[in-house]
Design a protein around this ligand. Structure first.
Ligand SMILES: Nc1ncnc2c1ncn2[C@@H]1O[C@H](COP(=O)(O)OP(=O)(O)OP(=O)(O)O)[C@@H](O)[C@H]1O
Ligand SMILES: [Zn+2]
Length: 643
């Protein structure tokens, strides 16, 4: 049995609770590079300075002398040995000689032979005792050139180091291996995008739009707020079930204010390496600050923002906590006048760390709910703006038959209808496409499956059981469709939806739902004397409803009017109630289910001919719509459909 509107349960998530870890100071991922880098630079500096000193002051007592000086010493027989390379001559004297024109003596010398040494000029020069000093044709390198040359290896090394450091920090903030470095966060600049999202694209959540328009105003003219000293909310938390348009809203705020939109999903921050997430957060905020006024959107904030110590989650405690701490630090760092507004979204506001919702952080929580009938119609209108609709399509009617559906589901519905129209070679989308698409969306796609006759019979009785009990009970949601064509995971489906939106459920209604859900199993038991595995999802549904009735909605006298169970079925029992109470809850849940199962069996036995009629009709026709089902069972439709 499938009901389009089960009592809303929180999506269950596979998180376990664990003990609180001791808080740890955030580690700084870049320090490793800093230490190594420092050591490399110091070593290079020492090497360089020594080299420099040597090259400037020279390491030996070799004296550079004029060529004439050399030739004088040579004639005097004072030169013991020379070493020549080209015109350059190095040599040693037998006895130290006086430095020409200076003080002190020298023994080792170097000189350069002038190119005209063999010319007649030379004898003239020596005759007149002219001091001749030669210079190499190739200019001696200047001090600066020398410096640069000796610096070169060091420069290369430093460049190399910088490169490596960049790479490594890239690896730290961009994933393992360094090769997967992500580009810095890029905003979606409104207007650059082919189409900019505005509040025009959002419908059915007008109160939320109104709340957010203040943020839009702030982003449009932050100066006005600054002048009056008004502090804007730094963070807005959008909380609501999946698909209600939270992301869309955040985009629309950016679009309305015409500011850049930076978006990230919190789960993207979490990597296995501790510190990576924090680095990414830092980067994201830095980019957004640069482009302020701007919006940062963080989706799925609960993946990192779960109350500390409440365990589980992705990537381990350290990483999650550090990432969260970084977000808090960044938000604390806002002076309030930057014009950066952080919008976060979650469908689990109840599990968030209270630190997140403190003043100055996400101090404004806006709850986003699934749309009501008018809202659904408006959303359908938005999503059919570009879809040619047949003139006989009545969107108000479609809105009426889709209670509980979210914006995302409605968007999906219109798309499915358009796809069907294409498949059917139509020029527009007609009411037939819309209702077939709705069926597909609600029941899952039909699944071709050859079933043995016995299996078909059993399924027919199972679904007839659901349907008959749904039709027999006053106040139950009308049965819209019964089928034994396998759809999705189910072998057969019975669809019941309310005529109008329901916001609260009475105890008799919930009991009726439980009885209906048990109807399939009860029919199998009544007719064949055995039950099959086909009732698994029915039992899940029953458990959910009864759990709420007893543990949360005060519908059991014995438990009384208190919350005995946490909202989240996955959370550990015992957080809110004593063991004795939990035992009692268990007993009460069993009592209600047993009573309902008995009632289901009793009703089916009492109406056996109607049950048989429905099953036969199903075996013959496979699918019965609302009126066929009621006619076959001979039951008048109790509540008249609206409109
Ligand atoms: N109120 C709405 N008005 C118009 N379209 C909507 C609305 N809500 C949802 N949609 C449609 O559904 C799509 C998905 O919605 P969106 O991603 O914003 O939901 P969400 O609440 O962020 O979901 P989740 O929690 O899964 O991230 C939107 O792009 C839009 O097409
Ligand atoms: Zn069933």
């Amino acid at each position: 049995m499938t009901n389009a509107v089960p009592p809303r349960q929180d999506p269950e998530q596979p998180w376990r609770s664990e003990g609180a870890p001791p808080p740890r100071p955030p580690r700084r991922p870049r320090r490793g590079i800093g230490v190594w880098g420092g050591m490399i630079v110091a070593a290079l500096a020492v090497f360089l300075i020594t080299d420099l000193l040597l090259s400037v002051f020279g390491g030996s007592s070799t004296r550079s002398v004029p060529y004439t000086e050399f030739s004088k010493e040579l004639s005097a027989g004072n030169v013991t040995k020379i070493y020549a390379k080209g015109d350059a001559i190095q040599g040693e004297l037998r006895k130290p000689a006086r430095v020409p024109g200076g003080s002190g003596t020298y023994r080792e010398f170097s000189t350069l032979r002038p190119s005209f040494a063999d010319d007649p000029v030379w004898s003239e020069l020596t005759k007149h005792d002219v001091t001749v000093t030669a210079e190499p044709v190739v200019q001696q390198r200047s001090f600066l050139a020398n410096l640069l040359i000796s610096l070169a290896p060091m420069l290369v090394l430093v460049a190399l180091w910088v490169l490596i450091a960049r790479r490594m920090s890239g690896a730290l903030s961009g994933g393992l291996g360094g090769l997967g470095r992500k580009a810095p966060p890029k905003p979606v600049v409104p207007g650059e995008d082919s189409k900019r999202t505005t509040f025009e694209d959002v419908a059915g959540i007008d109160e939320v739009e109104a709340e957010l328009s203040e943020v839009v105003d702030f982003l449009k003219r932050p100066d006005a707020y600054r002048r009056l000293g008004a502090r804007m909310p730094r963070g807005v938390l959008l909380s609501g079930p999946p698909g209600t348009g939270k992301t869309l809203l955040a985009r629309a705020v950016a679009g309305e204010a015409d500011v850049p939109f930076f978006s990230a999903s919190a789960s993207e921050f979490i990597e296995m390496i501790v510190g990576v997430g924090a680095g990414r957060v830092r980067e994201l905020f830095a980019e957004a600050r640069k482009d302020a006024p701007s919006i940062i959107f963080i989706d799925e904030i609960d993946t990192i923002g779960r109350a500390r110590g409440s365990g589980g989650g992705l990537g381990g405690h350290d990483e999650r906590e550090q990432t969260l701490n970084q977000i808090l630090t960044e938000m604390d760092g806002f002076s309030g006048s930057e014009g950066v507004v952080v919008i976060a979204a979650t469908n689990r506001a109840d599990v968030l760390d209270p630190a997140l919702t403190r003043p100055g952080r996400f101090d404004r929580t806006v709850s986003v709910s699934p749309p009501d009938r008018g809202g659904r119609e408006a959303i359908l209108r938005i999503h059919t703006r570009e879809v040619p609709l047949a003139p006989d399509v009545d969107l108000a009617r479609v809105a009426r038959t889709t209670p509980g559906m979210t914006g995302a589901e409605l968007a999906n519905l219109t798309n499915e209808a358009a796809l069907l129209a294409v498949k059917r070679d139509r020029d527009d989308v007609g009411p037939g496409e819309l209702s077939d698409a709705l069926e597909k969306v609600q029941l899952g796609a039909e699944r071709p499956l050859v079933m043995p006759e016995e299996e078909r019979r059993r399924t027919a009785y199972h679904e007839s059981g659901h349907a008959l009990l749904g039709m027999l009970q006053p106040g139950a949601d009308p049965v819209r469709k019964v089928t034994i064509v396998p759809r999705g995971r189910a072998l057969g489906v019975t669809l019941s939806t309310p005529d109008a939106d329901r916001y609260a459920y009475t105890e008799p209604y919930l009991r009726g739902r439980v009885i209906g859900a048990l109807g399939g199993m009860a029919a199998e038991q009544t007719v064949f004397g055995v039950v099959t595995t086909g009732a698994e999802s029915d039992l899940e549904q029953v458990t959910n409803i009864v759990r709420g009735m007893v543990g949360r909605w005060g519908m059991s006298e014995r438990i009384g009017r208190l919350t005995a169970l946490p909202q989240d079925a996955q959370q550990a029992y015992g957080l809110s109630a004593a063991p004795a109470t939990l035992d009692a809850v268990d007993a009460e849940m069993r009592r209600i289910v047993d009573e309902c199962y008995e009632e289901a069996g009793r009703l089916l036995t009492a109406h056996r001919p109607q049950l048989d009629a429905l099953a036969e009709a199903l075996l013959e026709r496979e699918t019965l719509d609302e009126s066929e089902a009621y006619r076959t069972a001979g039951i008048p439709r109790l509540t008249k459909p609206e409109g």
